[in-house]
Write a protein that binds this ligand. Structure first.
Ligand SMILES: NC(=O)c1ccc[n+]([C@@H]2O[C@H](COP(=O)([O-])OP(=O)(O)OC[C@H]3O[C@@H](n4cnc5c(N)ncnc54)[C@H](OP(=O)(O)O)[C@@H]3O)[C@@H](O)[C@H]2O)c1
Length: 186
């Protein structure tokens, strides 16, 4: 019900941010490569999450680095591939819808943000993230490509009390932690 309720109550989509990181919090190697940080079970879970969302978004940097297809590659769910948004102040390629800001995604109940660091930070800074999916692989990369940039945090006190652990499980050798944003109202 959360996506349906969020859109009716506040006029915006319910946003899930998905990030796959190493133990030291990196989302890619220094050269920008991020395939694959997590293993097949975590990636299959990510595809299931895609099928559950009406729209999916990546930043222009991820589009340029990975050329992601963002389709659902699970048997029987191929036709559930969501509408594709590109976070960019420029134009979008064919088949994609350009979003010039996190607030620009409209007309859908649920949005899955799949990175990279710039897009994730923009959504967090705008306080548009309702749910965090953190897939953590048991690898170390070296902190050159952190998962997040500036999210507009005023001080450490403001960071506390915002996220509640809703689920935690092993997917093969990777850990998935699901956090929900703690909000007073809608
Ligand atoms: N491990 C993972 O989970 C994961 C997931 C995805 C990507 N990655 C990796 O992450 C790296 C890419 O990350 P990145 O941080 O460089 O790029 P990114 O977040 O994919 O895209 C950054 C771009 O998004 C646009 N943008 C950012 N903030 C914006 C805002 N507030 N309003 C409008 N547009 C905004 C800008 O595009 P314009 O300049 O066009 O305006 C900016 O250059 C790649 O190496 C990729 O492989 C890892």
């Amino acid at each position: 019900m959360a996506p349906w309720w969020t859109r009716r109550a506040s006029g915006r989509p319910f946003v899930t941010l998905k990030l796959a990181t190493s133990l030291d919090g990196c989302i890619a190697r220094a050269d920008g490569s991020s395939r694959w940080i997590t293993g097949p079970r975590a990636r299959a879970h990510g595809h299931l999450e895609r099928a559950r969302h009406q729209a999916i978004l990546v930043g222009r940097g991820t589009f340029d680095a990975d050329a992601p297809q963002l389709d659902v590659r699970l048997p029987g769910l191929e036709d559930r591939s969501p509408r594709k948004y590109l976070l960019t102040r420029g134009a979008a390629p064919a088949g994609w819808t350009a979003a010039a800001a996190p607030e620009a995604v409209e007309g859908v109940d649920s949005l899955l943000v799949e990175g990279g660091a710039g897009a994730a930070s923009a959504f967090l800074a705008a306080d548009r993230v309702d749910r965090l999916l953190l897939y953590r692989a048991p690898i170390l990369i070296g902190a050159v490509r952190p998962a997040l940039g500036d999210i507009g945090l005023a001080d450490l006190a403001a960071a506390h009390g915002r996220w509640r652990l809703a689920d935690s499980r092993l997917l093969g050798s990777d850990r998935l932690d699901v956090y929900e944003r703690v909000r007073e109202g809608p």
